[in-house]
Write a protein that binds this ligand. Structure first.
Ligand code: FBP
Length: 309
């Protein structure tokens, strides 16, 4: 298969990494609608575990079935489907090879007060399911952050030794951090930096607001950061000057114009893609497919216009 220049360029950021890991990254970057552009579009479906089944799937009941998400991911042509072990195990055999998989190997739920995650799957599970990558969430700022960092570092090292790419969901929360502070620009950028330091190849963050949370960072933020695309560019810079793939999440379901405006700003700011769950699978299938197509188109257009780097 010919690997186009934008993908070779991205793979160059990971020089020194094992060939098997780079091949796994290439698999993600060469699959689906955004194939060859250096951008990613991921369908994450861990919300049943994290937010509960009814809150996640009742708006569109076919989505209770894990196979629904495999078929949505395949038909939409996303770069990868990301989900916990139980979910992936339902479809990995039947849909083997049809869409790259990311095993979400630690999980939390909203029932407890402590901001922590349990390790729920192993690197061996990921290999047996045929995954291209393994994913972990970190909660920078939480009272359990350092244990989480150690778990993720160990999991990432084992994954890389087995040729898997590593995705880190960087979600600052817990401890003394305010709710608004979780998505403050300096905090999101800090989370992205920590994920990069922990060895992530792909970093998943929430779109940052213009709020600056920490006193020590405030003097650094003198520019006008009222536009999301400029904030996205800053977060990308925080992840090793754009030398790590940074993708942005969708959040709770919102109206179509709001989704497209946000994705448009992410794409224009050089964000490397979108990872959008509830906004897609909580809508009827045809609407979800149309939405994913539009999101892909926005990223492809931005990449083609040379805004990737
Ligand atoms: P959504 O697009 O549905 O927000 O999914 C992206 C995601 O990262 C999921 O993987 C995860 O379950 C969810 O966001 C976490 O959301 P929250 O921060 O509200 O717990």
């Amino acid at each position: 298969m010919h690997i186009p220049e934008p993908v070779r360029h991205v793979l160059g950021w990971y020089d020194g990494e094992r060939p098997g890991v780079k091949a796994s990254l290439a698999r993600l970057l060469m699959h689906g609608r955004t194939a060859g552009t250096g951008r990613l579009l991921v369908l994450p479906v861990d919300q049943g575990f994290e937010h509960g089944p009814a809150a996640s799937f009742a708006p569109n009941p076919p989505a209770y079935d894990p196979r629904y998400h495999f078929e949505l991911a395949i038909e939409a042509g996303v770069s990868a489907l990301a989900a916990p072990l139980g979910f992936l195990a339902v479809g990995a055999d039947r849909y083997a090879g049809a869409v790259p998989l990311i095993l979400k190997a630690n999980n939390a739920n909203g029932l407890g007060a402590i901001k922590d995650e349990a390790v729920t799957a192993t690197v061996r599970d990921a290999l047996e399911l045929g995954c291209s990558a393994i994913g972990y969430t970190i909660y920078p700022g939480s009272d359990r952050q350092y244990e989480m960092f150690e778990e993720v570092r160990a999991g990432a090292a084992e994954a890389k030794a087995s040729g898997l790419a590593v995705v880190i969901w960087a979600y600052p929360r817990g401890g003394t951090l305010s709710h608004e502070g979780e998505t403050a620009l300096d905090v999101v950028a800090w989370g992205a930096q920590i994920a990069a330091q922990l060895g992530a190849h792909i970093i998943k963050v929430k779109p940052p607001t213009a709020r600056i949370e920490t006193a020590q960072a405030r003097p650094a933020y003198t520019a006008d950061l009222s536009r999301l695309e400029d904030r996205v560019r800053h977060v990308r810079d925080a992840a090793f000057a754009g030398r790590r793939l940074v993708v942005f999440s969708g959040g709770p379901a919102k109206d179509l114009d709001a989704v497209y405006a946000e994705v448009g700003a992410i794409a224009a700011g050089g964000g490397h893609g979108s990872i959008v769950g509830r906004n897609t699978f909580q809508r009827p299938r045809a609407e979800a497919l149309a939405m994913l197509e539009r999101i892909a188109t926005l990223h492809i257009a931005a990449a083609t216009a040379g805004q990737t780097r």
